[in-house]
Design a protein around this ligand. Structure first.
Ligand code: GL4
Length: 836
């Protein structure tokens, strides 16, 4: 349908076209108009929530204008786009980011002051958009910011969960999960009720012969669920480019109710059908690095992949280009294996619906997809049972089998002498029941596979994908070390530091090219700069101390060393190592004379993070941290020398307060288990140092900042396997310091010891899989070095300044440029590039 306004009427249209506010007055005008009309509130009835809503709607209007222009411009330019498929986008709050990216935060601040509000109060009214679990989801959010800031034509595709990651409450020291219903007011999304896709499930496959005499398959007679698009604008920083994040929401295909059923008296049934359809996009699965193989999760994955691909293909078909151009117009990045069904789905569209030959279609598929692996943990590698896929997606199972059989034929021909290789690389695992290995399907269906840090990218080539390196050659596998957006993680979270840096570097260009930070090194001996730098860290610690007092009721001294470990709770991340270290420190202090105590460096141990609801060991760790805190914080003999707090409900907006307030942060995973880690980068960029293992991106942070500016400890990845094996074969001697810690726990110092026995036993009796005992001594010694180093404040400040100056590499802008060049082959499209 032609929907353009006719030529003759365009002048009138343009005259009345929406304008963007620029001044304080214009902002106030827009905000008040929204409060009075959109929200139907008045001068006498405007609280902070309403003022937030008015401000957000004013900025939303601004974003929408640029968003429309960007989409038009990108369509006109007719160049390649990238589509980032991710089941998680951990966006956090949008208002502050929008104000800063658009460059009008100060204008809005003054305007709000005129209207009687403080900017901080307004910003904090917004709920986090928490559509993710942890690092993987936050990475996707940083990528969207970089894609827009660098003017790449890009869309994100995800699900519009009604419930994001649960809110964590701590009750009597235990985690309790509370649902996060975040959609009652969300000004940032636009429902596109006209953009829908019908998605098929179940049913059967039949064959027919088409007009050209070709055998074709049709999949039908299934259950249909409708996907409705909800779009959110993604503004770039310092550019008008505003990209799109499209979230799919599920609803029953026949609208509100099935009226036939309704009229025939089956009211309940028709409501139940509707609810069943809506369940698909109802809730984010709350597991990080763990897959549980639930049917509803598979339904989510297919629903989202099929809707997104239909949308992408529909857009391509409008261009009337031949299919061979598809991969020149479309790059699709698979964020982990969650969207792997997009591979057989595109093959199905091309072969069954568009009538292409298998090989022609498969060439297009492989050229289109790239796959990012984010973990080597076996429990996180997705496998779906063959009977489940057969039932839910019968045609896709056929296609997967066909892909597999052609692939295995090729392998057999190429390696005729290797008997075992076929079984090892087959997409189908010959277990009971048979399983589809999604990572293998993703590797086979993509032209590039990347890991997320150098060590991790090396590891995948020598472990989980070893055989595939042999089959495809090493060039198919590459590394793109993760990054973070300096806009949110420096400029927004730490405005004072960002301003100080700008004052030295002559402006904010460094936020668009983070390598410019290196110029800060020239100021490392500048007395005034050092003082300002230190004062900002202190102010951020004061703010964090206030937060801790308000939320935990614990008074901490901002002059103490703030030691932070905030991330999902997982055995491989070893929060248990941290809390055992805290207990060890407590025992040491308890044994000291008054004289000795004077020499102790006061410390605040800060923990935070969610445990997956079904992960009992992780929940036990949270409980232990809280119990230890309760005892230590109340111990008069310890006083300010040691405080321990667990911050409830760690999320993106809380990270923005916590990260700038840290002196040292802990990234202490068993070597080889943390693919990258990204909060390590955030902490260092904000003038904190790292205690870490030689794992993930810690290694590259060390390369950049220098060994003298990071505290590394522990066994290396290459030794982990041998150590584990030795534990099982020879048994092992528990570290004596750790033994004392366990004795203290067993004696009931922190409450009923039985509650912690599984945790202790996993180390003492069950092989210590995560090498807590092996690394304990080295960890404790390194913590001692940190105390000594912190005591020499001048040296410490030098370390932190040099580290900030050397963090340029870790911008997600660098990372996106690498993807664009090595994997997507796309070019930026600058706003001034064409008239649109
Ligand atoms: C993760 C990794 O565990 C984490 O190290 C990495 O930084 C992140 C982004 O690449 O991806 N993989 C999974 S699964 N969850 C993650 O956070």
């Amino acid at each position: 349908v032609e929907a353009s306004v006719p030529e003759g009427q365009r002048a009138a249209w343009k005259k009345h076209s929406a304008r963007e506010f620029k001044t304080k007055e214009e902002f106030e005008n827009e905000a008040v108009r929204h409060i009075e009309t959109t929200l139907a509130r008045s001068l006498f009835n405007c609280d902070e929530a309403a003022a937030y809503a008015g401000t957000a709607l004013a900025f939303r209007d601004r974003l929408v204008i640029e968003w429309n222009k960007t989409q038009q411009r990108q369509t006109f330019a007719d160049q390649k786009r990238v589509y980032y498929l991710s089941l998680e986008f951990l966006m956090g709050r949008a208002l502050d980011n929008a104000m800063l990216n658009v460059g009008l935060k100060d204008v809005a601040k003054d305007g709000l002051a005129d209207l009687g509000f403080r900017m901080e109060d307004i910003i904090s009214q917004e709920r986090d958009a928490a559509l993710g679990n942890g690092g993987l989801g936050r990475l996707a959010a940083c990528f969207l910011d970089s894609l827009a800031s660098l003017n790449y034509p890009a869309w994100g595709y995800a699900l519009r969960y009604r419930y994001g990651i649960f809110k964590q409450e701590i009750v009597d020291g235990y985690q309790v999960e509370v649902p996060d219903y975040w959609l009652d007011f969300n000004p940032w999304e636009f429902p596109r009720h006209d953009v829908t896709v019908d998605i098929n499930f179940y049913g059967s496959v039949s064959q027919y012969v088409d007009d050209d005499g070709k055998q074709r398959s049709v999949w039908d007679n299934g259950e249909i669920v409708t996907a409705v698009a909800y779009d959110a604008p993604i503004p770039g920083y310092g550019t008008t480019t505003t990209n799109n994040l499209r979230l799919w929401s599920s609803k029953a295909s026949h609208g509100e109710f099935d009226f036939t059923k309704f009229n025939s008296g089956e009211y309940e049934q028709s409501v139940a059908d509707q609810q069943r359809a809506e369940t698909i996009s109802a809730v984010l699965y709350p597991n990080d690095s763990l897959e549980r193989g639930k049917e509803l999760r598979l339904k989510q994955q297919y629903f989202w992949c099929a809707a997104s691909l239909f949308d992408i293909v529909r857009r391509f078909k409008k261009s009337k280009k031949p299919w061979k151009d598809f991969a020149n117009q479309v790059a699709i990045q698979l964020n982990d294996t969650h969207p792997t069904l997009a591979i057989p789905e595109l093959q199905r569209i091309l072969v069954d619906l568009e009538g292409l030959g298998w090989d022609e279609a498969w060439t297009i598929v492989q050229a289109t997809f790239g796959y990012t692996n984010h973990t080597v943990l076996p429990e996180a590698l997705e496998k779906w049972s063959v009977p489940l896929i057969q039932h839910l997606l019968p045609r896709h199972l056929q296609i997967i089998y066909e892909i597999n059989s052609r692939f295995l034929q090729y392998v057999e021909k190429t390696f005729p002498k290797e008997k075992d290789i076929l079984g090892r690389v087959s997409i189908i695992e010959e277990s009971q029941p048979k399983m589809v290995r999604m990572a293998y399907l993703a590797v086979i269906g993509s032209h590039k596979v990347n890991g997320v840090a150098e060590l991790h990218s090396d590891l995948i080539k020598t472990t989980i994908f070893k055989d595939f390196v042999k089959i495809y050659g090493p060039d198919k596998f590459t590394n793109v070390t993760n990054g973070i957006t300096p806009r949110r993680w420096l400029h927004q979270a730490n405005p004072k530091l960002s301003e100080l840096i700008a004052s030295k570097l002559g402006g904010y260009d460094y936020l668009r090219d983070l390598t410019l930070l290196h110029k800060l090194e020239a100021f490392v001996d500048d007395k005034e700069f050092r003082k300002d730098f230190q004062a900002i860290k202190y102010a951020n610690k004061v703010r964090l101390a206030q937060y801790i007092l308000e939320h935990n009721g614990v008074k901490v001294n901002p002059a103490a060393l703030f030691d932070v470990q905030v991330k999902r709770i997982h055995e491989y991340k070893r929060q248990q190592l941290n809390i055992f270290g805290v207990i060890h420190r407590y025992l040491q202090i308890k044994a000291m004379s008054a004289e000795e105590k004077k020499k102790v460096q006061p410390r605040v141990s800060i923990f935070g993070g969610k445990a997956a609801p079904g992960y009992w060991m992780a929940k036990t760790v949270i409980h232990l941290v809280n119990q230890v805190g309760k005892v230590i914080n109340a111990d008069k003999e310890v006083g300010d020398l040691l405080k321990v707090v667990f911050l409830e409900d760690y999320n993106v907006s809380k990270a923005e307060i916590i990260v700038p307030g840290s002196d040292i942060s802990e990234h202490i995973s068993t070597a080889g288990t943390e693919a990258s880690g990204t909060s390590n980068m955030k902490f260092v960029l904000n003038g904190g140092l790292v205690i870490g293992t030689c794992d993930g991106a810690n290694i590259e942070i060390t390369r950049e900042v220098g060994e003298e500016n990071i505290f590394l400890f522990g066994n290396l990845a290459e030794d982990v396997e041998d150590l584990r094996e030795a534990h099982h074969k020879q048994g092992f001697e528990l570290d004596p310091l750790l033994k004392r810690v366990f004795e203290t726990i067993r004696s009931g110092t922190f409450g009923d010891a039985g509650q912690f026995s599984a945790l202790v036993d996993s180390i003492v009796d069950h092989g210590d899989y995560y090498l807590v005992s092996d690394d304990f001594k080295s960890y404790i010694d390194t913590q001692g070095l940190i105390d000594q180093s912190y005591a020499k404040q001048e040296e410490w400040v030098t370390k932190t300044i040099l580290s900030v100056a050397r963090m340029g590499f870790f911008s997600s802008d660098r990372c996106i440029d690498e993807y664009a060049e090595m994997i997507w082959n796309i070019e930026p499209l600058k706003p001034e590039a064409n008239g649109a």
